[in-house]
Design a protein around this ligand. Structure first.
Ligand SMILES: [Zn+2]
Ligand SMILES: [Zn+2]
Length: 315
């Protein structure tokens, strides 16, 4: 008998861990740089630090491979083994699953497509194979091409659209971050809002339309500030203006916005913003925040009454 068989959730966890590290490697390097460089150009920095992007590519590939393994394992973990059953030598003999070899990427992809009765465009197969070749060169040989974060995030978008599934990756990413034992030691609300740096980076790198597609939301329409993320993100200093919320449904009379970053809905009133230079008409009544309760415009972030923007002192 084969003992200690893995479960789909074992592979899912590994894929999410790798994905979070993929984001972290790139964003940790990007953020300090952006603070010092006004034009936002990171080309020179990345040409020097190619090794970070090579590691990021390896993590992304591992994340994808683990997704394939998870989906195959949902049918049976035995399908993952590359040896023939007659070579397993498990009749009246216990062996650990870890002792066997796992199938290579090509096999995993073929199995995945057959089990899901899916077909990929030829261009998707080609792009996934290019990614595989790059990973193999990085791991086993010399890789001399220049990698860019944009190129890696395009590969990421390809994986989400064809294998992982839109939005679900972000729900898993958030859960993994929130479950970290160290999470919330500073301030849970503030730390929740920091997650939106990932979404903003995605929009900046892939553009709103493609980012929206992999997040399962239409970002080609008007976007709004999230009344929770915006407030906590700017609690210390007002540096960020991230519009990650959309009207749900997208109608003139709609009274709800949905924030992709915190995956939450908020009620809104439809009336014109009273700031002269703003044409917004999506207003949220903010309560229980660090400010006195009041109406805030989700287009410009402006308070609708002068007294609105006063921080509580006795918090
Ligand atoms: Zn939010
Ligand atoms: Zn406004």
């Amino acid at each position: 008998m084969i003992k200690n068989k893995p479960t789909p959730s074992d592979f899912e966890r590994q894929s999410v861990e790798n994905l979070v590290q993929f984001f972290n490697l790139i964003l940790e390097k990007e953020q300090p740089w952006n603070e010092f460089d006004d034009d936002g150009s990171t080309e020179e920095m990345w040409s020097y630090h190619q090794v970070i992007l090579k590691n990021a590519l390896t993590l992304l590939f591992l994340a994808m491979e683990n997704q394939l393994k998870k989906k195959i394992c949902e049918v049976s973990p035995f399908l993952l083994l590359s040896e023939n059953p007659s070579d397993w030598k498990t009749i009246n003999n216990d062996k650990d699953f870890q002792e066997f070899h796992i199938r290579p990427f090509d096999d995993l992809l073929t199995l995945y497509l057959e089990l899901e009765t899916k077909q990929f465009d030829q261009s998707v197969i080609r792009d996934l194979n290019v990614l595989r070749r790059k990973r193999n060169q990085i791991t086993h040989a010399i890789f001399s091409e220049t990698l860019t974060p944009k190129g890696l995030f395009e590969d990421f978008a390809l994986i989400i659209a064809n294998i992982w599934g839109e939005r679900i990756w972000w729900e898993q990413f958030r859960k993994y971050t929130v479950d970290d034992p160290a999470y919330g030691t500073y301030d849970e609300n503030a730390e929740n809002s920091w997650l939106s740096h990932n979404i903003e980076y995605l929009i900046g790198t892939l553009g709103p339309k493609k980012s929206g597609q992999i997040l399962g939301v239409d970002f080609s329409r008007r976007r709004y500030l999230c009344p929770r993320c915006h407030i906590y993100l700017n609690e210390a200093a007002e540096n960020y203006f991230y519009q990650h919320a959309v009207l749900e449904p997208n109608l003139p009379e709609s009274q709800t916005v949905f924030c992709v970053s915190c995956q939450s809905e908020f009620g809104v009133i439809r009336k014109n913003c009273n700031h002269d230079d703003c044409k917004g008409n999506v207003i949220h009544f903010l309560r229980d925040s660090v400010y006195t309760d009041g109406e805030i415009c989700l287009t410009c972030g402006g308070w609708q009454e002068k007294r609105g923007k006063q921080k509580y002192t006795g918090r």
